[in-house]
Design a binder for this molecule. Sequence first.
Ligand code: GLN
Length: 402
Amino acid sequence: MAAACGLLDGAGNPKPTIFTEMSALAAQTNSANLGQGFPDEDGPEWIREAAIEAIRAGVNQYAPGRGSLDLRQAIAAHQARHYGLTLDPESEVLVTTGATEAIAAALLALAGPGDEVVTLEPFYDSHAACIAMAGATHVTVPLVPHGGGFRLDADALRQAVGPRTRVILVNTPHNPTGTVLNLAELEAVAAAARAVDAIVVTDEVYEHLVFDGARHVPIASLPGMRERTLTISSSGKTFSLTGWKIGWVAGPAPLIDALLAVKQFLTFTSGAPFQRAIARALGTGKAGGDADINALRDTLSYRRGLLMDGLAAAGFKTVRPDGTYFVCADASPFLSAEVADGAAFARWLPGAIGVACVPLSAFCRAGSPTAHALANWVRFTFVKREDTLRTAIDRLAGLNGA
Ligand code: GLN
């Protein structure tokens, strides 16, 4: 099964994800790791203290399967406060072990052999792996470089969606491109889903990390979409606590029940003391950690500018991301017969100058038109301390005459 899903290499060993591979290479070469997207500074101390308090207070046994009620109430309050979405915390919210488990549970619950799941391309690696594990067929719609950004090809979307489409899996703000789908793009997805009665599963883990006044709009808030949308997010990105693995999914009760049926056999329940702390971070009836979220957004916006300037000075063409942790860059000026594409460049760069990145080909289907179009592109993350970014920028400057 794992072999059939492409999860093992030829020798039967687990293929590490591109993030694991690049972080290992970064560690071996003492590189500035701008590959795997995780912060090298922990989230707010008061939230970490809340988890410690919960452990001391004895919140150490299994949480309820749907998640502790205080967290489900806080998630509902968060969706209401930020987006005007009303949810019943008893039946319309499920706490998961990170957004990754929510995506796996959604795909395993909703799609199977004979069903098609449509995603954007490039796509996050776990999306493709979970579609394969569900036995469903993966159909992709390109995000194409357009007017300085990566935009949804609405015609390709209309062609990709058909009677076999069971799920349209979107990710906005989008990893790896940094695209924040605009209203017209979201409406195109919504129309396509309504036309064939498909369910939209939307991975919104970077919901708060948007820049330059870009606005994140949950597709569930569009007319007629609440009843067919599962909205996934997590505390990892919002509060710089990626190791806690507290995520959630919100949507109509029958769909949440279907996910719960799967989730109970994936992880049973998710980390109890962390749930207590994230309930406080999200806040009920008050703003919770909204000030911390705003501070993170501001510092990320600054660091995005720093990295983009550094990449431009080194000779890369970049696309300005509206959201996420990431900026994509075209490495074509640095390619050669020996280092022939973005994948080779990403594997060469740590040993050559001490900087790690991730190739965009890792987010594409092998041999697809999008993989071809983005073959020379790589992704750098700016969710690192300023000194890490400055070290990387200094080293990248050395590429110029290389
Ligand atoms: N989401 C992170 C990224 O895109 C990586 C998480 C992981 O390694 N699975 O870099």
